[in-house]
Ligand binder design. Sequence first.
Ligand code: UDX
Length: 436
Amino acid sequence: MKVGVVGTGHVGLPTAATLAHVGHEVMATDADGDKIDLLHRGGMPFFEPGLEELVRAGVEGGRLRFTADPPGALREAQVAFLCVGTPPRASGEANLIAVEQSADLVGRHATGPTVVVEKSTVPAGTAARISEILARHRSDGQLSVVCNPEFLREGNAVEDSLRPDRILVGSDSDEALAVMRELYAPLVGEGTTWIETDLQTAELAKHASNAFLALKVSFANALARIAEAAGADVEAVTEVMGADPRIGKAHLSAGLGYGGSCFPKDLLAFERLTSRLGYDFPLLREIARINQEAVDAAFRKVEEVLWNLEGKRVALLGLAFKPGTDDIRYAPALGLADQLLEAGAAVAGYDPQAGPNAKAELPGLEVIDDPYVALSGADAAVVCTEWDEIKALDLGRVREVMRLPIVVDGRNMFDSAKMAEHGFTYLPTGRPPVRP
Ligand code: UDX
């Protein structure tokens, strides 16, 4: 099938490359001409494991093309994916201008029957708006709207695209649903649940899924605060909970909290949406509050152990919002860095991928691409992202280069007994501290 993709970000690019991989003819476009130039030159606009190879194979096989001319990507598309950004406004509501503009592009330029797929995370009701825009341009009933939310985890986007656990397609048009079935047929494997709903239900299901996952993370983090006060071990608590298949252990790891381009923004947008719909849902606000509390708790641990922060040096191990990505949007590490800098500390950060992005976002942060150099002379280190490179650090060497052997573990990556052996003051999250 001929597929147009508007937006080559964390959602659009894996979607385009995957659809090309399974045999469709995909043309992807982006309002940012520099991004298209970069893709033409074989570069990648962001880091995502396995994506570069998948894109290259698509381009070399001739089934994946990029164009800086949006009409060119849409003219012949049987299916047009809208994968544009929906950043939060100051009010917390999603800014949908890019969705409106890309729907307008499809309306103006698609020539044949086209299924317009809303892939970006948007508040319920957006599909109806897209339909209105399309109807302004064409009244022949040939343009239909489908909500097909992405369930891609950054760092696992290729895997999640190629082997989806579920594909959700919402539409009020039987013809559009048939087109989507044909489009996705090669990707529906044994482990894939295919779900068809109406438009509003699909939009709501995406919000509900992300909010529930964020709830699990915040539940674990609230438990961490309680475990710290009670002298219990949150890891063991969540292991017990997770062993109950009704709960499940995924997304129950206590730590520095969630970040990224989805949970923080989607939760806010969902909260705004529910109140607009007349339902007060304070639980959503609580999830966000507990998430902030996780960063605050790590800051307080550093402050408690170092006393005054002026003139002290703190090393942050990991800057990305999670491992496997160079994405620093809403990264807890940067929130923490901000607080530390504000309190007068010098802050050095190491990350295997996200260093340049972090530096651009927070110029006061010293970004160092060697973890041992970042740790040199540090009065304390905080583990912020659970990268393998951090897990593999030589603890003896870490102990040697630091000025004071103090590690606050915001991701519970290290073994308390080993940290004690190396003489660290070790302050994990929701687990008993180790003090020599
Ligand atoms: C999420 C959803 O998982 C995906 O289905 C959706 O479509 C997009 O949003 P993503 O933001 O890439 O994906 O990351 P995810 O793996 O869900 O993690 C989100 C955040 O929660 C990260 O900051 C992660 O570090 C944090 N997290 C996750 C925890 O703190 N504890 C956990 O147990 C799990």
